[in-house]
Design a protein around this ligand. Structure first.
Ligand code: UT7
Length: 339
């Protein structure tokens, strides 16, 4: 009997309506559209600015669209895993809130914390549950409300981030498609260079932490940049070599959308032309765990069954890796009824 593998059977996504442009940002901090476009490549980003709404709101919208598109009924969902660094609450999990909002009656659910690599880790984790043979429909969601931890007085970080969420359905297959291989890494050496100083158990919220602006992303950009380029490029090359994929065999590279210069460098090292790289950083910025599935959400209509996809990401920790997927359906015809 052929082994069970996990394949992606659909994608759903959501970005908030509110658009924060570079011109608007240049009225808030000392920056310009030109600097942001040449150094980062973000033109605008979406912001969830309605009071009282958190990451679960976007995650729920993405998962709802996913369930509608895949025709999945609430009682059929076995498991929901959400990757996020910006949960609604420290506890309970975003995933638990989704179970209620989506009316799931037979699922268990939890959040995963792996910063910008969260969705990459989720693909392998979700696939493992499917491969066990005990789970038939697994929803994985990458969602972040980065605006809730972005310091809009810090010009070196505020142009980068945006808000958004997207989700995949994973289901069993015995055909030669799906999540075929991965190489995932964590070294723990990135803590000094990328973290949030307060709000956790080491430094709980206090007047001091608020007065000293310690509840925002802290990043030593140049160092993170260097590690992101080398680690993502190396691991993509290793994964391609392990699976005997030449540059011609790769249909798409889906890189984390942190900086256009990082994306270009990875594509260059992989010897893959820009037309084969999914890019939407200019419209959404870095939505952390949201970037990879939001790329698929945007490019789905171009995907064909049998396409070879390499996903790659890098984030706080440091965490990084690459996942090889053979795409399972023709995206062009996926939502013809959705006019
Ligand atoms: O998603 C998780 C992983 N994160 C990443 O992959 C992010 C990696 N890092 C980066 O993307 C880039 O390092 C940044 C976008 C964060 C910064 O770009 P950079 O080219 O590395 O700039 P820099 O920090 O080296 O700063 C260069 C100059 C500085 O001025 P001086 O000291 O040379 O006079 C900054 O003060 O650019 C200045 N600068 C700005 N100027 C105009 C920094 N931010 C801005 C700005 N507008 N927004």
């Amino acid at each position: 009997m052929k082994e069970i593998n996990a394949t992606i059977t659909g994608v759903g996504g959501y970005v908030p309506d509110y658009v924060l442009t570079n011109d608007m940002l240049s009225k808030m901090v000392d920056t310009t559209d030109e600097w942001i476009m040449t150094r980062i490549g973000v033109k605008e980003r979406r912001i969830l600015n309605e009071e009282g709404l958190g990451t679960s709101y976007m995650a729920r919208k993405a998962a709802k669209q996913l369930m509608k598109r895949t025709g999945a009924q609430p009682e059929e969902i076995d498991l929901v895993i959400v990757a996020t660094s910006t949960p609604d609450y420290v506890f309970p999990s975003v995933a638990s809130i989704l179970c209620d909002k989506l009316g799931l009656k037979n699922a268990f659910a939890f959040d995963m914390s792996a910063a910008c690599s969260g969705f990459l880790y989720l693909m392998e984790t979700g696939a493992s549950f499917i491969r066990s043979g005990r789970y038939k429909k697994v929803i994985i969601v990458g969602a972040d409300k980065m605006s809730s931890i972005t310091d809009y007085a810090d010009r070196s970080s505020c142009p980068i981030f945006g808000d958004g969420a997207a989700a995949f359905m994973l289901e069993p297959t015995t055909e030669d498609v799906g999540i075929l291989d991965s190489k995932l890494r964590t070294d723990g050496k990135g803590l000094p260079f990328l973290h949030m100083k307060a709000g956790g158990s080491v430094s709980p919220p206090s007047y001091f932490t608020v007065d000293n602006r310690m509840h925002y992303v802290y990043q030593e950009g140049r160092t993170v940049f260097k590690y992101a380029v080398s680690n993502m490029s190396d691991i993509c090359e290793e994964l391609a070599a392990k699976n005997k994929l030449t540059d011609d065999d790769i249909t798409w590279i889906i890189p984390h959308q942190a900086n256009m210069r990082i994306i270009d460098a990875v594509a260059h090292r992989m010897n893959v032309p820009k037309e084969k790289v999914m890019i939407n950083i200019q419209r959404y910025g870095n939505t952390s765990a949201g970037t990879l599935p939001l790329c698929i959400w945007d490019y789905e209509s171009k995907l064909k069954r049998g396409d070879n996809l390499i996903f790659t990401a890098f984030g706080a920790g440091f965490t990084w890796g690459a996942v090889y997927v053979k795409w399972g359906y023709d995206g062009q015809t996926a939502h013809e009824d959705e006019a």
